[in-house]
Design a protein around this ligand. Sequence first.
Ligand SMILES: [Zn+2]
Length: 357
Amino acid sequence: MSAVNDRIRDLEIRHQVQVQRLGSGVLRRLIGLLDRADAEIVDKLLSRGATLKGSFTSVRLQKLLDAIREINQAAHVTVGKELRSDLLAIAKYEVGFQQRLIQSALPIAWDFVSPTAEMLKAAVTSRPFQGRLLKEWVTELSDAKARRLRDAIRLGVVQGETVDQIVRRARGTRALNYADGIMQIGRRGAEAMVRTAVAHTTTAARDELYAANDDLIAAEQWVSTLDTRTCPHCMGLDGQRFELGKGTRTPAHIGCRCIRVPVTKSWRELGFDIDELPPATRASMNGQVSATETYDSWLRKQPASTQNEALGPPRAALFRKGGMKVDSFTNWAGEELTLDQLRRLDEEAFAKAGIAA
Ligand SMILES: [Zn+2]
């Protein structure tokens, strides 16, 4: 029987791959909302006819800017509300999932204490990540985008550009897949914020769960398996042991994919007389942190189904053939997942492992 803390680490890495996909799913829906607002803003501009020339100081330009500001703000208010409710659902799911994950690795049944819904809500919405609260992140995104749009339109007007030219400045050009437009900056900002918010939420949920079960959970171990190549800071933290709730939190930076995995107490720390246990069981709860893993070496040891989930079937086949190191897919976040799809995948995995709900 492999050590409990090794099994927990493996399950946590698999789960973190899924959380990345979940983030992609949340992101797609929210970006859709922002894209619709952008289209509305472009329509507003185009409705001004061929030129805005001569209207720079006029009341008409101000009205146009006000209308655009309102469209932008309304879209971000909706994004903020949707994101908040998505995150609360994810936090609730994460707490239940983590209990089953840890239980599935333990050789004994454990009676977990669940944090209340109120505690989870407070942890997600009232705790800052990267220095800001969730609602401050959304307001900042909204304001920054409104400012960039306003400046771009004014600049275009001052330079005597046509409405088409101003729209190009805002939206970018088709030839460059709109990557050159200022609206794209807002999209990238939203993407980074949403991914970081999802990581913050799963961390917040775990913090509450571990704190409520500190009779079982002794510490946490930093695992940067998915992140080592992209972030030297996180590479340095890999494998380190932390007291519960102390030290650097994940996400450590925007886009951080690292996790802190729970380390359970040893039999002796739990008050068992280990001399009465069979030797294999005795070794399983040793209270030790796991060895560090790279994503490549971790994924090689996983069943084909997990490799398929992590990379998508075509890439996974390539990976298994051995021609491709997983490092080549470093930025690959997998196919998008909704929370319902994740729930089904987890059910299947637990069923396969013979763990009842
Ligand atoms: Zn990291």
